[in-house]
Design a protein around this ligand. Structure first.
Ligand code: GLY
Ligand code: MN
Ligand code: MN
Length: 443
């Protein structure tokens, strides 16, 4: 699959849309992420701030985007100065001259000029758009700037009287994916799907959870996605009942299931897939019984993923299937309606049904509009991920204890309904067993 890129013109068009939504007498300050220390003299792999990236496509740390609709140069980027010595040690920098041309900003400046230039850009504007609290060190810079503007009226300085949160506007834009974004997400999902297949083929009793993790990450990197989108979860047996299990340190045991929740990040965009399968390639009877309930719950939820549908209605459908299934297996007892009214299945299904997906794995965008749950619209991308978790210490028949199952796919809402972006990973019991049988030689 050829790699698709988002054109710089699309990033510029996003800035222009945001500028058009801002009041004429306003200014927005949007900082990039900074590097984060991991241990002495070493940093975590740099990950750009998602909002900053969405508006710029610029992937260096410490840059700052300033948008000002009333200015002759509405978009200004501040970025790290070119510096021979720093670049020998830490890597190449684009520099403000090249950044202007390559990234289509109206104006670019060296980061060393930020304090002085921000005074000019913010002075006299009435509204400051800024996302407080994300980067405390940058907050300090902004408060210092406002204090300077407030403290020197004789110099003609005037501070904005209102601070608004820029996130509301940007996150509503990010909720609806453009065709170019959808193309990248399709690719991120397909790479991730093939990674899951690779892990299924590799799994065998005696392998470790982190070796399966390595298989997934190897596949992602070999197909252009260097980083996973979030901490990969590989939980064998009862570890699957720890929802955010990332230790991935145990040996996989014959007869257990393993739950893998993992997705690649491609050009900033996340995939988020979960599959649960038998380590020895064959589901036992109790595993299969629970598995098919989760699969049916997911299928029921899928019917609601279409324009006009909603996450809560999808969740209601899923919970009805889960609850009936738990009654059928003798894990829950009582009248279906009463159990639904009491949300009894929540003892075995503790999380939500899904979430928006995009530049962040738990992507931004309001789940409500005008105080009501917002219906799905074409262009949204979300996960649907029901599960059942019967831990070793649960109140349940013995044969179901120690089984945790989640099945998670990534769906694009389309005018007609939805497109499942993660369809390639086997999901039915027969498909999974057939795939794993092909690899039986490894086990
Ligand atoms: N991987 C995180 C989630 O499924 O929400
Ligand atoms: Mn997940
Ligand atoms: Mn998820």
């Amino acid at each position: 699959m050829p790699t698709v890129n988002i054109e710089k013109a699309e990033f510029k068009a996003r800035r222009d849309r945001l500028l058009a939504m801002m009041e004429p007498n306003s200014v927005a300050i949007i900082p990039a992420a900074s590097e984060v220390t991991r241990s002495r003299d070493t940093e975590y792999a740099f990950r750009q701030d998602s909002d900053f990236f969405y508006l710029t496509g610029f992937n260096e740390p410490d840059a700052v985007l300033v948008l000002c609709p009333s200015s002759d140069t509405p978009s200004t980027l501040f970025c790290l100065n070119k510096d021979k010595l720093a670049e020998i040690w830490h890597g190449r920098r684009i520099g403000f001259e090249k950044a202007k041309k390559d990234y289509l900003f109206d104006q670019t400046c060296a980061l060393s000029e930020l304090t002085e230039q921000l005074l000019n850009l913010v002075n006299g504007q009435q509204i400051l758009f800024y996302a407080q609290g994300t980067y405390p060190q940058f907050d300090d810079k902004v408060w210092a700037l406002l204090n300077t503007l407030r403290g020197a009226p004789k110099k003609g300085y005037k501070a904005p009287h209102t601070i608004k949160d820029i996130r509301g506007l940007v996150h509503e834009m990010r909720l609806f994916k453009s065709p170019a974004e959808v193309n990248i997400m399709r690719q991120a999902c397909e790479i991730s799907a093939q990674g899951h297949i690779r892990a299924m083929q590799f799994a065998k009793p005696g392998a470790t959870e982190y070796q399966l993790e390595a298989e997934l990450h190897h596949h992602y990197a070999m197909h252009g996605a260097r980083h996973p989108a979030y901490g990969t979860i590989v939980g064998g047996g009862d570890n699957a009942n720890i929802l955010h299990y990332t230790a991935n340190s145990d040996v996989l045991t014959d007869g257990d299931l393993v739950l893998i929740d993992s997705g690649a990040e491609l050009q900033g965009y996340a995939a988020d897939i979960t599959r649960t399968f038998p380590i020895n390639g064959q589901f036992s009877q109790p595993q299969a019984e629970l598995y098919n309930i989760v699969l049916a719950a997911q299928a029921a939820a899928f019917t609601e993923v279409k324009p006009g549908g909603s996450l809560s209605k999808a969740n209601k459908l899923a919970m009805t299937v889960l609850t009936q299934g738990l009654v059928d297996l003798g894990i829950l007892q009582g009248e279906l309606q009463e159990l639904l009214d009491n949300q009894a299945c929540k003892a075995f299904y503790m999380h939500g049904l899904g979430h928006w997906l995009g530049l962040d794995v738990h992507d931004v965008g309001d789940y409500k509009k005008d105080e009501k749950e917002r219906p799905f619209e074409a262009g949204m991308v979300l996960t649907i991920e029901p599960g059942l978790y019967v831990s070793l210490d649960a109140q349940a028949p013995e044969q179901y204890k120690g089984i945790g199952i989640r099945i998670e796919d990534n769906l694009l809402v389309t005018e007609q309904g939805h497109e499942n972006l993660t369809l390639s990973v086997p999901k039915s019991i027969s498909e999974i067993e057939a795939l794993m049988q092909k690899q039986a030689i490894n086990r």
